[in-house]
Design a binder for this molecule. Structure first.
Ligand code: ADP
Length: 397
């Protein structure tokens, strides 16, 4: 089957056309500046990237341009749009309503809309992408794959906040978790690669990218994860603050004379390693370079990131009463040996030992612990688009 995977934001739309038999992307691309002016970046597999600047007043026009690119005489990758069997959409927040992927119909759209208050920036944008595909690709099934779904196996003990119970009952205030598609894909691959028994396994998956989250997966099911009601909770991230004393919000509102919304914008977009480094960068490649040149704030930012991640790993080992394997994935987890090394040096007492040479790996599957390490540590590249294509095919079969 050929599956068009779409990740739609408020002014952007990322896509991949995936052949589920070969598991390869036939084309990847990105529509940018939708509603502003409009730019399509399209790369056919094995070919040159082409950039088309053309007005994209709305997402429907963007989807049309993507489809035109896919069948184009020179840079297209299919002969006819009829070859696209289904569209798989990344949907951010499924609340408690969705614990697995779904075929999107009117009822599903209404249920996703009910979750909009939990993800006011993302869910409405995701649905715009769904509607645009429904309007243009008549008769082609649309499948929704939720960021939150894989984490729905968490028990109340892990997902409840220490708040009045009625806030959960009335307003759905609880921890949901995100990056579920990646945690699911990578944990399944780890079980397979390490020949672990899924029904008797304890994994910790560290999805470390610009947004970062970590999960404890016991017997194939999420027991806990670091992101909460929104993606702001948990690890220190590229620009997000992660866990902090909530009173700081009130303190900054008064001290900086800003609104709550403005302070939350700072906590989401100007904090994390970017803020800690004094604005050097949210990208760890820049932070590593600045640290090497003696920038103390950049060095501290990376250390704070690693320390917080190590604390979560420690907590999850306690939560699961042990761990068989620790998995690193996403941009940083797959490529940054400095961060992996800093995190893992906290676990010498547990008998985790790292093969320094193996830890130099970038972007490929590899065991990075030594043969005599008490816990296996492995790098596994994530592929959220392929995971969405797998889910789409599985639902339609
Ligand atoms: P996002 O959450 O936006 O998908 P990524 O998973 O791409 O982010 O992670 C971004 C981080 O990963 C950056 O800090 C960057 O330093 C790091 N990273 C991504 N790719 C590479 C690479 N090829 N080599 C080194 N670091 C990388």
């Amino acid at each position: 089957m050929k599956v068009l995977v779409i990740n739609c934001g408020s002014s952007s739309l990322k896509y991949q056309l995936i052949d589920s038999e070969t598991e390869k992307a036939l084309a990847v691309g990105l529509c940018e500046r939708i509603g502003i002016d409009g730019r399509l970046n399209h790369t056919p597999a094995g070919g040159e990237k082409i950039v088309i600047e053309k007005a994209m007043p709305d997402h429907q026009v963007a989807v049309s341009m993507v489809l035109d690119a896919l069948v184009h005489d020179t840079y297209g990758v299919i002969g006819d749009l009829k070859e696209i069997d289904a569209v798989g959409h990344r949907l951010v927040h499924g609340g408690e309503k969705f614990s697995s992927s779904v075929i999107i119909d009117k009822e599903v759209i209404a249920a996703v809309e009910e979750c909009n208050p939990l993800a006011p920036l993302h869910n409405p944008a995701n649905l715009i992408g769904v509607r645009a595909c429904q309007a243009i690709m008549k008769g082609v099934p649309n499948i929704g794959v939720f960021d939150t779904a894989f984490h729905q196996t968490m028990e109340p003990v892990a997902y409840m906040y220490g708040l009045p119970y009625e806030y959960y009952e009335k307003y759905k205030v609880r921890r949901y978790g995100f990056h579920g598609t990646s945690h699911s894909f990578v944990s399944k691959r780890a079980l397979e690669m390490l020949s672990l028994d899924p029904s008797n396994s304890k994994l910790i998956v560290c999805h470390l990218g610009n947004g970062s989250s970590i999960s404890a997966i016991k017997n194939g099911k999420v027991m806990d994860t670091s992101m909460g009601m929104t993606p702001l909770e948990g690890l220190v991230m590229g620009t997000r603050c992660g866990d902090m004393d909530p009173t700081i919000v009130e303190y900054l509102v008064h001290t900086l004379d800003k609104s709550v919304e403005e302070v939350l914008e700072i906590l989401n977009k100007e904090s994390g390693v970017y803020g800690l480094s004094g604005g050097v960068s949210s990208d760890f490649r820049d932070l590593d370079a600045a640290s090497n040149e003696g920038n103390e704030k950049a060095k501290l930012a990376v250390e704070v990131f690693s320390y917080r991640t190590a604390k979560y790993i420690g907590a999850y080992i306690a939560a699961m009463d042990g761990v068989d394997a620790i998995v690193f994935t996403a941009g940083l987890g797959e490529n940054n040996s400095v961060v992996r090394g800093q995190i893992l040096e906290h676990f010498g007492y547990m008998g985790i030992t790292i093969d320094k040479e193996a830890n130099m790996v970038r972007g490929e599957e590899k065991v990075i612990s030594t043969l005599d390490s008490k816990v296996t540590v492995v790098v596994i590249p994530t592929n959220e688009e392929l995971a969405i294509a797998h889910e789409t095919v599985a639902l339609l079969k």
